[in-house]
Design a protein around this ligand. Structure first.
Ligand code: B16
Ligand code: MG
Length: 217
């Protein structure tokens, strides 16, 4: 049967968390807040607005709406300066292998990301053509762990939720896919991604045989 394979972007296809980190750190520093890598971890899968709200909360700062928006724009400009340097070398190992296999097997392939920069990133790394549907931060109103992003992706693919498989690196993303009634594959640490149906360190650990089993289920 035709299944829907839905991919998160940051932490699954590319590692843009490192660019978010430098951009957020610079922003935090500019308003006298210290920002650590552990805190950056907690922003994975979290929208831009929610991320800044958290940073301000950690630094116990209040900003006017105007300053808040100004900082968000600044952060994204900064982040985009890194994104614009990206190329195919930044695709995480074996991601193309799995995408190409799914295409060969005529499976549905979608992106389900919180990022408003998703299309720009997929274009930079030249993977945009692999996706039949792209749902990103511009197309949703409720962030993960709300299932909206994945539900919209399966609608576009026209595949039932039980027949969808989601690849995610963030706990909030796994929770979102679980509540959408989809099969979840965590990419990362199995102690952190306990709620996923399967967990792999990265795509080098995922065989085409395993993908085949998911297709046949
Ligand atoms: P942007 P994902 C998420 O991407 C990132 O993990 C998260 O750190 C970021 O704040 C969010 O996108 C919004 O990104 O500022 O580009 O709109 O993991 O859902 O692909
Ligand atoms: Mg992610």
């Amino acid at each position: 049967t035709k299944k829907g394979f839905i991919f998160d972007l940051d932490g699954v296809i590319v590692d843009t968390a490192k660019y978010h980190f430098v951009a957020w750190k610079k922003l935090a520093k500019s308003i006298g807040i210290d920002f650590t890598e552990e805190q950056n971890e907690q922003l994975k899968g979290v929208s831009r607005v929610k991320s800044l709200e958290k940073i301000l909360e950690w630094g116990q700062k209040n900003l006017s709406k105007e300053d808040f928006n100004h900082l968000m724009t600044q952060k994204n400009k900064d982040y985009l300066s890194y994104i614009n340097q990206m190329d195919e070398n930044e695709i995480l190992p074996d991601v193309p292998k799995i995408l190409n296999y799914l295409i060969e097997e005529k499976q549905g392939i979608a992106l389900g990301s919180a990022s408003k920069n998703a299309v720009a990133i997929l274009e930079r790394v030249k993977l945009i053509d692999k996706f039949q549907a792209i749902i990103d931060g511009n197309g949703v109103t409720k962030g993960k762990p709300n299932p909206e992003v994945f539900l919209k992706a399966k609608e576009k693919l026209n595949i039932k939720p039980e027949d969808c498989i989601v690849f995610e690196d963030a706990i909030a993303g796994i929770q979102a896919a679980n509540s959408a009634n989809m099969t979840t594959i965590g990419i990362g640490d199995k102690d952190i991604l306990k709620e996923a149906d399967y967990v792999f360190k990265d795509f080098t650990q995922i065989s085409t045989e395993f993908i085949n089993e998911l297709i046949k289920k």
